[in-house]
Structure formats: C-alpha cells, structure tokens
Design a protein around this ligand. Structure first.
Ligand code: PMP
Length: 990
C-alpha cells in the first residue's frame, strides 16, 4: 500500500498489489470534492492534489495556512484504521517515537472523530486526515550505500521497539509471514505461471527450515511494510539521503519480530539483488535490536517465504483482475525478486550469520567436515607435499607484465615450474588471471579449491570414501559424511549413488576447451553444504572460504595461499609511518601490482588509475624495468664518478628544451628540483624574495640550503627565503571574462613594485605554467609573457614548475610554458622523468648555474646516478616511440568532451579545466555562488573506488577531481571514467 505515488504497485512488493481498487484521484473522487470534504469535515481550507494509492484514494491538501495534509479514503475496515491511527498517535506522543523518524499524525475531524464514514456512488469509504511528511520516498534514492542500508536496518529495529512501547495493539494483516502457507494455498489455484511450482517448493522447504525454530521466534507488533515507498527521506548534508519519516501503517500486525526485518530486506534486495544488501540491513537491525540464534537462522528461509508469497499473491491478483495494468506490471517484477532470492548464492546464510556476530559456518558443520577429512589420500598419483606450487596471485612472478591474460604464457609458466611433472594451484588465492579490465564490480577471483595441473588423461582418484552425489559433464560430487567434495575438470567414470572407496578411480583429467585460460587440471573443492552450482572462484572473500574449507590436507598437500588482510597492512602503516605521510581513501585497498593504466589490489581487483601522472608510460613498463635492472646489475654509484649515462641523459633533456636553456642539474624529486631552482634565483640576484601563486604547491623541503654552511664558501648570502604571493588566475572562479588578463597582471606588477619598495625586488617568480595544484587551470593567454617580462625587468628569474605538466601531458605541447609562448630561465621537472623511479632535473642557462657554483659546492649523492639516468633515458625514448604526446592530445580531447557532457547534465559539475591528459572536473554546490563541493568530491572518490576507478580531489578547495592518468590511457578508458562519474552523479555517493 502506498500513500504517495500512483505507480507504486508496479514495484511495491506485494502489499499494494492485492488490494487494488483503481488508480486514486481519478473517477470516484475529484480534487474539488476532496477540497469541499476537507473544509466541511476537518475545517481545513486549501487545495487538493490527487496522490497515488490502491487501497486508498489519497489527496494531498495544501492548506491556506501553509500546512500540508493527506486525506485518505479507503474501503478498509474502520476498526483496523482506528488501530493504525492509535499507533500513529501514540508514536507521535512518545518522546522517542521511532528514533527521530516522523510519523503521520491523525487529525481529528470537527466532530472529534478521526475516522469518518463516507458514501460515494453506493460504496462505503472511511475518510481520515493525516499530517503530511515532507520529503520523497526512498525509492528516489538510486544508490543504496552500505551506511544507508544499515540505517534502514536500524530503522526497522527501532520501529519494532517503538511499537512495543505503544503497548498492546490488536493489529492483524493478511501479510503476516506466519500465515504464508495459507496465503500460498489460496493463491496457487489462480496462478498459471510455470514458476508457481518453484515458488511452492521454495516456500515449503523454507517453512520446514523455520518449523523447528518457530517456538523461539519472538512476537511483536511490526509495521510490516517498510519498503522504499514507505520510508520518506530528505536530502541531508553533502547530498546524502537521510531518513525523515515512516508512513503507511496498513500492514501493521502482530507477527514475528524478525518479520519486520524480512519484509524490509526482501524489498531492498529486489532493488539491488546483492548479498551485501541483505547483510547491511541485517547488520543495522541486529546492532539496534540483537537477534536470537533462532531468529538469525530464520532470516533467510523467511526471506524466501516472503519473496515466494509476494510473487504468488501478485500473480493471483493479476489473474483475477486481468485489465489492471499495474498488477500486470507488478507480477513480473515480483517474480524477478523471487528468482533473485531463490538463486541467491549459498554464501548468503553464512553472510547473514556473520552480520549478526555469529560463526559464518556453524561449528557442527565444521566439525563434520574436519572429521570427514581424516583418512584422506592423494588424488593424482605422485602428487604430494613436495609437488611444486604455482603462484597465480597478483604478486606472481611467474605470470607478470600482463601475461596473466595469455593462456599460452600461463601454460608455459606452469610447465616451467613443474619441469614436466604435476603442479599444484593454491587454495584461497586471489588469482590475477581473473582480473579483467576496469569492471565496476570486483572480479570473481578468489580460488575456492586446489588445482592439480597434469597431463590430460591422468587418472583421478577419490580422496575419501563416500557416495557419488552427482556425476556430470566434467564434474563428480562426492558426499563424504558432512563434507561435499567437488572434483572438476575430469571425464567422470562413476555414476550417482555409487559408493566409492578411498583411492578408487573416478575419472581422468580432460583436455581443456580451446579458449580456456588454464592448462589441463583437476580442481578439487570442498563444501560444508550440498550446493548444486558451487562456484569455483568467488568475489566476496572470507565467507566463501568458510563455506568451502581448504581441501589440501585431504590431498596430502599444504596448498593454502598466504593471507594478509589489507586492514592489517593499514594498521602496520599507521603504527610505523609518521602520520603526516597520508594515504588515499578511508579503507584503501592494498595495491600490489601496476600494469599500464591499471593498478591491481591484493584481491586481484583492477582499478583504472586516473591520478598517476608519475607513471607517464603506464605502470611497470618493461623498457623501464629492463633499463633499471640492467644498470643495477652493472653499476649504480654516487654521482661524482665518471660514467656515460649522466651526460647522455642531460643531453637528451636538452634536446627537448628551447634555447637558451643549456645545462642540467640532476636531482631526485620535484621538491628538490624546486628547492634548487629557488636557490639559483636567490644566488643569481642576491635577493631573498620569491613571488608565487596563492595556493601553489611546489614541494616539501624547507630552506635546507640556508643551514648548510659547510658547503657555502661565502656565508651570509641571501637570508632566509621570503614569499610574496600573487593571486593565481582562475577566470572560472573569479568570474572574469576574456578581459581578465590586465587585472591579473596588474596584481603582479603591484607585487613587484611593493617588493622593490620594501627591499631590492624579487629574486624570482615561480609558478606552474598550467596550474596543476588548482586542478589543471589554464592561465589567460599572454599572462606569462607579461609577467615574465615584468619580473625580468625587475631583475628576477622566471621559474617554470613543470613537475606535473611537463613531458607532453598537455598533448599540444611538450612543456606547459610553450602554451604561453614564452621561455623561462629555469625549468623544474620530476614525476614523469623516471616513470616512478626518483629522477628529477633543473634545466637552466649556463651563466645561472656557473654563478651558483662560484660560491657553492653542490652535490646530490644519487640525483643523476647511473640507474636514474638509464631510467630517464628509457622513459624519454619510449615516450617518443609510443607516440604518447599525440595520444594525450587525441584521447584528452575526447575525454574533455565526455566530461563537458557531465557539466551539461549534472548541476554539481561546475566546469572542466585543462587540456590533453591533464583535466580537472570542478564540483560546486551552486553554479551561481560556486560554493565548492569538497565533501561531495571526497565521497564521490570513495564511491568511484568501489566502482574500480581511482580519482582524487585537488584544488584550493579540494573540490576538483584531478584526471591525469598514465598517457597510455585510451578512449575506452575515458568512457569508463565518464560513464562511472555519470552513474555516481545520478545515483549518489557514499
Ligand atoms: N611541484 C608540483 C607542481 C607538484 O605537483 C609536486 C608534487 N605533487 C612537486 C613540485 C613536488 O614533487 P615531489 O613530490 O617529487 O617532491
């Protein structure tokens, strides 16, 4: 039943569908009638608007005094309505209510009654007036985040508790789950859909599972219908939904307490049929209202019963009322939910138990499994504890550099390990071979069994005595006293029902299909429950492992992959690493491998990396690895020795810079490069003041050089650096049009004048010629030309920080300053130079360098060491060979156009900055005020991570999503990012 929208029955789970009268607000009652009735019976003056509803004819009454009400006309039994009103009134009167959720308040009529009989066209109706709850039905929330689902679970629990405080309500409903069987029996004769048999079977099985628990299930009055139509939300802080109220008490009844949870869980599972939906709701409920063991065990069977009965009842009503379009639409929807519930993975039970703080697999089952494993034997002759293991995890050295997607490379790796003999594949291993591209969902990569790789035709024996439960294409399942052993990848030689002894031959390893990723092998997997279609790999970790215990002891092996939870890694990092050295994300995945534009976590999930401009060529580029390894094997030493690569690398850098820049300093990082650049400017000018942008970032070093008197031959040089900031041009935020240039340059001229007036003038000016720190903001054309000449006229040096933007990232240009048509005195470059290896450089004019050298001895131990230089050379060469600058240009253009579409369609997206593959999507709460949407940006990044994309915010207000991926990024990648952002902007974030 619903009070709000007219299309509710199309997706409301059962409760609406059986009591259909006709669409509300049409036919029988007009708005004019409702207005007149409200005036007469309730003394409410206002305008009426028809709302949806099946049982009830509902009108929203907007009263002239600004208040809002719902007028409900229903054909229901008056006594029932009075009980509902009583409950609502009591809940409103109690100080706690439903823990802050609003509840409609019955409004008495002028004669004091709150239910009034009305006769219309010969039919009897009962009329009620309720206060209206502002907000929208939760159905409009498209993304049901885990915290929201937990809050809903808590809401269900709190509803039960609140109704218990009301006292003894004599409420009953035909939807009482205790009566599911009689409801089913009444429905079955009318249902023709083939699935009715299935529904009956599922319901009866579930009922028999609940039967022994019945006596322990607590009773309570429940709302019974906390679906997404009856929970009203409002948009809270940072665009997150917040529960505002609960409506529609029509299905309130005395039932099993856990029935409240079950009705809610089925409804939301219908929307998002994932185990996590159930788990989060159950977790939220149990935290607020702890469940008993029997209640926990009853949840899943009751969910099955509810889904089956909803499908049958809706089908019955549709059959009885064939012209009703809403029912016709609702029936397939309900069947869909039923099928999703019927087919829910076997992990659902353990997951629910775990969400309630119980052992996922009951101890009894585990004990049986352990007992069954005693007395096991080898399954393939000659395979024992000495048989080599193959590592197919993301850390594997056997299948590296993308080989994990290549069947022949995998096959060769396994053959190499086994040296012609059998090889064992590990249990509990997250296998990188199952990590595909950048899918939105985690891959099913966790291997739940043990593999034995051996020649096709190799005989396979039973590890245990037992009965053949199933024998079919490529699989034999043995029932072995509480443990089920699945043997796959074989041509079976036994039949169902057959008894087998330890060691009896049951089949031979068959030849794998032509496109199979893995070579011939037998897969052995155990399960504590008899599950028909048991997956061999799964996506949701630990619970599957408890359902499918390690079979390796059964085979005389020890083949469990080592486990380490990313949380442990995080804890250790927190314990040992200084707190200012931060990490991305609240619960970051442990990243163990990078390949091209993808990063892989320890669970073999691939993420599209859209932030790493360090890995300009893509992660783990073989040319870089080779260069580093070769040079490391030969020589890596401090930079005062003579070796070839330093001059070669410096030459290579000079080839890519314009005249008159002609010498290079080699250092290790962007911070060092900038620190040195600042020293150069101060030495060249004898001044100490540096002009920089407000909100700039140029690195983390302090004025370390000032303290290093040992290397300074003329102490008392320029004193400590002084910074003078000028506004960073940002025509978007400053709302300046095309004429912005003079106002920005004027500020720099003023700063220079002030610097001269207060001292000798600036030593230099440093900026990113394309402002990465602001999210890829472009300077107005002509800005740098003007500023550079003003700085030079004042005797200062111009430093271009190209740490983020250099090396072709902008597509059109190799350096960002080229885009401004000017040449700096000093360029600093880092990040991309080494594709992640510490390589950085300061490029300047010989005179500037020489002058610095005149009173300073400068030395970096490994800045420019042989390995760094070889890496630097390999990066430059590969960058050219792979045409990455051109790729940045074309893909960047396409990516920007896709992002522009987001600005068109989502008001949160204020602007797209940048060019090439340095883009920034600026998020604002209001396009007029440009209020930065920083919290939203962070929450969006968290959700993007859960959808397999790594983006991070930047900018002065942390509200710009920086998009600066490795330059091997493709158009498809751009589509992935734009589509997922679109999804998150449309559905909501964490
Ligand atoms: N300059 C800019 C513009 C940067 O973005 C950074 C690093 N984000 C640095 C300098 C400092 O470089 P590093 O972290 O290599 O020291």
């Amino acid at each position: 039943m619903t009070e709000r929208t007219s299309n509710a029955a199309a997706s409301d789970h059962g409760t609406t569908s059986v009591r259909v009268a006709e669409p509300a607000g049409s036919g029988r009652f007009s708005s004019a009638w409702a207005e007149g009735f409200a005036r007469q019976a309730f003394a409410i003056e206002g305008s009426a608007e028809a709302l949806g509803g099946y049982v009830d004819h509902n009108f929203r009454i907007a009263a002239d005094d600004g208040r809002q009400y719902v007028l409900k006309l229903s054909a229901e039994d008056i006594q029932r309505l009075e009980i509902q009103n009583l409950a609502m009134r009591e809940l409103n009167a109690s100080p706690q209510g439903i823990e802050g959720a609003e509840i409609p308040r019955p409004i008495p009529a002028v004669d004091g009654r709150d239910v009034i009989e009305v006769e219309k066209d010969g039919e009897q109706y009962a009329a009620r007036m309720l206060s209206f709850i502002e907000g929208v039905p939760l159905r409009q929330v498209r993304y049901l985040s885990p915290p929201l689902l937990r809050k809903l679970g808590a809401l269900a629990a709190n509803t039960v508790k609140a109704l218990a405080r009301v006292g003894d309500l004599d409420a009953a409903s035909e939807w009482d789950i205790r009566e599911a069987r009689s409801m089913m029996e009444a429905a079955l004769p009318h249902v023709t859909d083939e699935r009715r048999h299935d529904a009956e079977r599922v319901l009866r099985t579930a009922e028999s599972e609940v039967a022994p628990l019945r006596a322990s299930l607590r009773e309570a009055v429940i709302h019974g219908d906390l679906t997404d139509e009856n929970v009203i939300i409002e948009w809270g802080e940072y665009g997150r939904p917040r529960v505002r109220g609960v409506i529609d008490f029509a299905d309130m009844c005395r039932s099993w307490l856990v029935g409240e949870l079950v009705a809610m869980a089925v409804s939301y599972f219908g929307r998002v049929p994932e185990i996590s939906t159930l788990v989060e709701i159950v977790r939220g409920f149990h935290l607020s209202l702890p469940l008993r063991d029997e209640e926990v065990d009853a949840i899943l069977p009751l969910i099955r019963m509810r889904a089956a009965v909803c499908a049958l009842e809706t089908a019955k009503c549709a059959a009885l009322d064939p012209r009703n379009q809403h029912l016709a639409a609702a029936a397939p929807f309900e069947w869909g939910i039923f099928e999703a519930v019927r087919d829910v993975a076997p992990i659902a039970g353990p997951a629910i138990r775990q969400a309630c703080g119980r052992e996922p697999v009951p101890a009894l089952q585990r004990a049986l499994a352990a007992r069954a494993r005693a007395g096991a034997a080898p399954i393939v002759d000659g395979v024992d504890a000495n048989t080599p293991l193959v590592d197919l995890s993301p850390r594997s050295e056997s299948v590296a550099e993308g080989a994990w997607r290549d069947p022949s490379a995998i096959s060769q790796a396994i053959a190499r390990i086994g040296n012609g003999g059998p090889v064992v594949g590990r249990y509990g291993e997250h296998r990188i071979i199952h990590a595909a591209g950048s899918e939105a969902d985690p891959p099913a990569a966790l291997h739940l069994g043990v593999d034995i790789f051996a020649e096709p035709g190799t005989e396979v024996r039973t590890p245990l005595a037992g009965t053949v439960a199933r024998s079919r294409d490529a699989e034999v399942v043995l029932g072995c006293g509480g443990l089920f052993v699945h043997v796959r990848g074989i041509a079976p030689r036994v039949s169902p029902g057959q008894q087998v002894e330890v060691g009896s031959a049951i089949g031979t390893i068959h030849t794998p299909a032509p496109l199979a990723l893995l070579p011939a092998h037998v897969h052995v997997q155990c399960s504590t429950e008899d599950v028909d279609a048991l997956p061999g790999v799964a996506s949701a970790g630990e619970l599957w492992l408890s359902l499918c215990p390690d079979p390796s002891p059964l085979l005389g092996l020890s083949a469990e992959a080592p486990k380490e939870d990313p949380r442990t890694v995080l804890e250790r990092r927190r314990d040992a690493v200084a707190s200012p050295q931060k990490h991305y994300y609240v619960s970051p995945p442990e990243i163990v491998r990078g390949w091209r534009q993808l990063l892989y976590d320890s669970h073999a999930r691939a993420y599209l990396d859209v932030v790493n401009n360090v890995a300009v060529l893509g992660h783990s580029h073989p040319k870089v690895t080779e260069a580093a390894a070769r040079q490391f094997r030969q020589l890596n030493t401090n930079t005062r020795f003579l070796y070839r690569s330093m001059a070669r690398f410096a030459d290579a850098l000079l080839e890519v810079v314009p005249d008159p820049l002609d010498v290079v300093f080699l250092v290790n990082s962007g911070s060092e490069a900038n620190d040195l650049a600042l020293q150069l400017a101060r030495h060249a000018t004898g001044r100490s003041e540096i002009l920089a942008f407000e909100g700039a970032y140029h690195g983390w070093t302090g004025d370390t050089a000032e303290l290093s008197s040992r290397v300074r031959t003329s102490p008392g040089g320029p004193s400590a650096l002084r910074a003078r900031t000028v506004p960073q041009p940002n025509p978007f935020r400053d709302r300046l049009g095309p004429d912005a240039l003079p106002s920005y340059t004027a500020r720099v001229h003023d700063a220079i004048a002030a610097s001269r007036a207060e001292g000798g003038g600036p030593a230099g000016f440093i900026c990113e010629p394309f402002v990465g720190a602001a999210g890829g903001v472009e300077l107005p054309q002509g800005y740098l030309e003007d500023v550079y000449s003003a700085v030079r006229a004042a005797g200062g040096l111009c430093i271009a920080d190209e740490v983020q933007t250099g090396y072709g990232r902008l597509g059109e240009h190799f350096w960002a300053f080229e885009q401004q048509g000017c040449v700096p005195d000093v360029i600093t470059v880092a990040k991309c130079c080494g594709n992640g290896h510490p390589v950085a450089a300061v490029i300047t004019r010989r005179a500037i360098a020489d002058e610095f050298g005149a009173d300073t001895s400068w030395f970096s131990s490994v800045g420019g060491a042989p390995v760094s230089c070889e890496v630097g050379l390999a990066v430059l060469k590969t960058f050219r060979a792979e045409g990455l600058q051109e790729n940045a240009r074309t893909v960047g253009e396409y990516f920007k156009a896709r992002l522009d579409e987001l600005v068109e369609s989502h008001s949160l997206c204020g602007a797209v900055h940048g060019m090439g593959l340095y883009l920034g999507l600026e998020l604002v709460r209001d396009r007029e005020t440009l209020e930065p949407a920083a919290e939203e940006a962070l929450a969006i990044c968290e959700r993007m991570l859960s959808l397999g994309v790594i983006v991070q915010p930047t900018g002065h207000f942390d509200n710009v999503l920086k998009l600066k991926p490795p330059l091997v990024f493709t158009r498809q990648d751009a589509d992935v990012v734009a589509d997922r952002l679109d999804r998150v902007f449309s559905e909501g974030w964490l």
